[in-house]
Design a protein around this ligand. Structure first.
Ligand SMILES: [Zn+2]
Ligand SMILES: [Zn+2]
Length: 456
């Protein structure tokens, strides 16, 4: 029997990590780090990983799916790590960046447990990496499990992982998008039916308004940028360095070319630039739109140097596309935001998920005319600039997911992961109503359960 263990500490968008065990072979799906927790509390349940772990399969290179990987390969030196070439090219600089962030936190916040791993651990980890192509089955030497990667349409290199064992099939979605973005294509839809689907539930608490599709939000965003420039303002867009930066940079580049926005300078961060270079190099190796577009030479983003921040004066008609997306304290988007707050002709425009308790979530909630606690400042800051949100999501909408699952995939069992409790609750209720008889499971942390439904 194949068992599945949820290695996250709670049902939430946290440290994604799951364990499959078939006889004496065991394989992990993802090895993430919780983006909003600190220290060892941010890691998955590492002590539940068997000593003889054979492999780790990565769905994509976001921190909540790869951040704990060096800890896993360090403790399990026999394990190989499988991923696409896009994920490998992104993951290595991202993991080295995590070491830099943790080292800075040790210096600035006295976190003596940091860094949890070093550059050396990341280098040793990268030696264990294997590249798997899309749509072709692969297996580990001794494993009873076979896998197939299918493009997931979320970010460069992202995959759905098909799991084959005991003549049955399961599908782990990782993070997926069923619709196009500006660069990414919609996810590939492997032919069903599957016995089990392990499904992300990020957007379960977020209803889709009819007519408010991606094209609508793209036009709304461009019109908000035009309006800001018309009143002599600058634009800040807090984004993740990988994924959102390249999607939005492409959108803005195309809008400048077609005259929808003026020829504005666009600043991106240092890590955003490194990630954009990887996107450029991989442009014809992974499924995407605009496969000939090279963002660095063609969109010509300027690299923003954070050392300029203490003396920076915002300029009319400039766009700052800076990380982090959640505006975590001490990141560039968090620090520069204070310059925008007092100026009513400026705009802070959000283009992706903001966790409600993060600084970005609090700022969105406060909105123009409100006030927000910011970093370690003693008094809340009044917000005079425009604050708006445009849903340029990299995740499938909940409505798309329900119809895909119930009409195409038709599994006997759905396991809900990667979502906050209210998001999982919505999926649990809606899937049960839409396809009665389908078993819906919220896998409890740390408890092995059968991967496939058992005969009664
Ligand atoms: Zn992701
Ligand atoms: Zn994720």
């Amino acid at each position: 029997m194949v068992t599945f263990t949820n290695l996250t500490r709670a049902p939430e968008i946290g440290a994604n990590s799951y364990l499959l065990r078939a006889g004496d072979s065991s394989v992990m799906l993802d090895a993430g780090m919780h983006p909003r927790r600190d220290g060892w509390d941010a890691t998955p349940l590492l002590d539940q990983i068997p000593k003889d772990l054979e492999a780790v399969l990565l769905s994509h290179a976001h921190h909540d799916h790869i951040g704990a990987l060096p800890l896993v390969t360090h403790a399990h030196s026999g394990a190989k790590v499988w991923m696409t070439s896009g994920t490998a090219a992104l993951a290595e600089p991202l993991l080295h960046n995590s070491v830099n962030v943790m080292t800075r936190q040790r210096r600035e916040n006295g976190r003596m447990d940091y860094p949890l791993y070093t550059h050396r651990t990341v280098d040793d980890c990268a030696v264990t990496w294997e590249i798997a192509p899309l749509n072709r089955p692969f297996r580990m030497d001794s494993s009873k499990l076979e896998f197939v990667f299918h493009d997931a349409g979320h970010v460069l290199g992202s995959v759905l992982t098909e799991i084959r064992a005991e003549n049955r099939r399961a599908l782990y979605t990782g993070d997926l998008n069923l619709q196009r973005q500006t660069l990414m294509l919609p996810c590939q839809r492997p032919a069903g039916p599957f016995d089990t689907v392990i499904m992300e539930t990020t957007r379960g608490a977020q209803p889709t308004v009819p007519g408010h599709d991606r094209a609508y939000f793209e036009e709304e965003l461009l019109s908000a940028i035009r309006a800001t420039f018309d009143r002599g303002g600058a634009v800040l867009m807090p984004v993740f360095a990988m994924g959102k930066t390249q999607e939005v940079l492409t959108l803005l580049h195309q809008a400048r070319q077609s005259g929808k926005i003026p020829q504005a300078p666009i600043y991106i961060g240092g890590l955003g630039r490194v990630m954009t270079e990887v996107y450029d190099r991989q442009r014809s190796l992974a499924p995407r739109q605009h496969a000939t577009l090279r963002l660095i030479p063609e969109a010509q983003p300027e690299t923003f140097d954070p050392r300029r921040l203490p003396t920076l004066r915002l300029r009319a008609g400039h766009i700052y596309l800076l990380s982090s997306g959640m505006m975590t304290p001490k990141t560039t988007s968090h620090t520069i935001a204070r310059l925008f707050f007092p100026r009513e002709h400026d705009s802070i425009l959000f283009v992706g998920y903001t966790e409600p308790s993060s600084p970005a979530g609090l700022l969105r909630k406060a909105g123009q005319g409100g006030s927000v606690e910011w970093g370690d400042l003693t008094a809340p800051l009044p917000i005079r600039c425009e604050v708006r949100y445009f849903d340029l999501t990299a995740h499938a909408t909940r409505e798309d997911l329900v119809s895909w699952i119930c009409e195409d995939v038709k599994p006997s069992r759905v396991m809900l992961v990667h979502g906050d409790p209210d998001a999982q609750e919505w999926f649990s209720t809606t899937l049960a109503q839409t396809r009665p008889g389908m078993e819906i499971v919220q896998p409890p942390p740390g408890q092995p359960i059968p991967l496939f439904p058992q005969p009664a």
